[in-house]
Design a protein around this ligand. Structure first.
Ligand code: MG
Length: 392
């Protein structure tokens, strides 16, 4: 087993959209291609990228993580059963890295981890979801994954009517649950922003037949406790699917206070990038394992090797993997959802192309999507994404 080559590139995923915290006009993503030879004549290329919200990491990849991966030999890369040892490669990439400070480094490692899992599954001639089910879940995989359509971004000139039209398109694509941004009215006092957001929420709820369980709202970490409680009091009667990232992702004590006052489901975790950060949220964030949703994104948080540790930690704290619905809307997390029995996965039908979305010709039916039976993560079956990756 050896690494034959590693290539990397940076691609733009810019768009005019904004959430309550950032706009996406300068957003980029790293892409990598890792070619592996297994010594038995098989040669495969695995691909990886980082999901939206964090920028490309060409410097970290070039200076530290790619050279460390290139230096791995047979003793590191080959597992006892002859498969590609992704855990060993991961440990080699993290050599000489101090603990703590998870951020851009976790993105760079996550990109390579994704490519290694893609390669490992291709070497075994299996889809990644099947490899994961066989290895970690006694062979049991879900038949389909629940997905919801994330959108409802702020966009210059976008009014309530345009928001409802957008949500209508998602329902037309087969989604049953949708998510919209709130808390982003620029420069507005809380009571005015809340009034505007309630009008937006009520318009979308009307489209959903008044069923709050089909609508989630996302603040992207913008509120302090006062605004989070004011919004929470106004949102509670709608019984929404969830109220996402109302507070700073690392402010665990304030989350705990909010959870004492807001009874319906909360969701957070997309900006926590390690098992240890996730564990602090579980220990100190006051979240409730019977209803709340955890959105750790494996692509942004050191990849699947670390995500497996996070799932183990959750189990030890009494949390089911079904409470996990990863951020990012990518095929990597979708494979993990089906193979490891998560609660579902995010989906971006209209933004973050070509990384958002799933294999071409796999329709969403009643809010669920089936996985194609292709070796690896399945990028080759997603036409727009494959057009970018194959250039590597
Ligand atoms: Mg979010």
């Amino acid at each position: 087993m050896r690494i034959a080559s590693i290539r990397q590139g940076v691609v733009p995923i810019s768009s005019a959209i904004a959430n309550a915290y950032i706009d996406f006009s300068k957003m980029t993503a790293s892409v990598v291609a890792v070619t592996v030879e297994d010594g038995a004549g098989r040669r495969v290329t695995g691909y990886g990228f980082n999901s939206n919200g964090r920028y490309a990491q060409p410097g970290l990849l070039a200076e530290r993580f790619i050279p460390r991966l290139e230096a791995c030999d047979e003793t590191v890369l080959a597992a006892a059963d002859g498969t590609l040892n992704v855990h060993g490669a991961w440990a080699a990439m993290m050599r000489n890295e101090k603990p703590g400070g998870h951020g851009d480094r976790s993105v760079a490692v996550g990109v390579l981890d994704m490519a290694l899992w893609d390669a490992a599954a291709k070497l075994e001639g299996k889809p990644l979801w099947r490899l994961l089910a066989d290895r970690y879940r006694g062979g049991e995989a879900d038949e389909a994954a629940w997905v919801y359509a994330a959108g409802g971004y702020y966009y210059p000139g976008k009014d309530v009517e345009a928001l409802v039209e957008e949500m209508k398109r998602y329902l037309g694509l087969g989604y049953t649950t949708v998510k919209m941004k709130i808390g982003g009215a620029p420069g507005t006092a809380i009571r005015d922003a809340l009034k505007e957001d309630l009008a937006r929420i009520e318009a979308v709820l009307k489209l959903l037949g008044g069923d709050g369980s089909r609508l989630a709202v996302d603040v992207n970490g913008r509120f302090g406790l006062h605004a989070a409680l004011a919004y929470g009091a106004a949102l509670a009667p709608f019984n929404l699917r969830w109220y996402e990232e109302p507070l700073d992702p690392l402010d665990f004590a304030t989350h705990a206070t909010l959870a004492e006052h807001y009874a319906p489901p909360l969701a957070t975790g997309e900006n926590l990038f390690s098992m240890l950060d996730a564990r602090n949220l579980i220990r100190h964030g006051g979240l409730r394992p019977d209803r709340d949703i955890l959105q750790f994104d494996p692509a942004l948080s050191y990849g699947l090797v670390e995500y497996l540790r996070t799932l183990e930690m959750l189990q030890a704290h009494g949390w089911s993997p079904r409470r996990c619905v990863p951020h990012g809307g990518h095929q990597f997390a979708l494979n993990i959802a089906v193979g490891l029995g998560l609660g579902g996965n995010e989906s971006y039908p209209e933004v973050f192309a070509p990384f958002g979305g799933f294999a071409t010709d796999t329709p969403v039916v009643e809010g669920r999507i089936r996985m194609p039976d292709l070796p690896g993560i399945g990028f080759e079956a997603k036409n727009d994404l494959w057009a970018v990756l194959k250039d590597l």
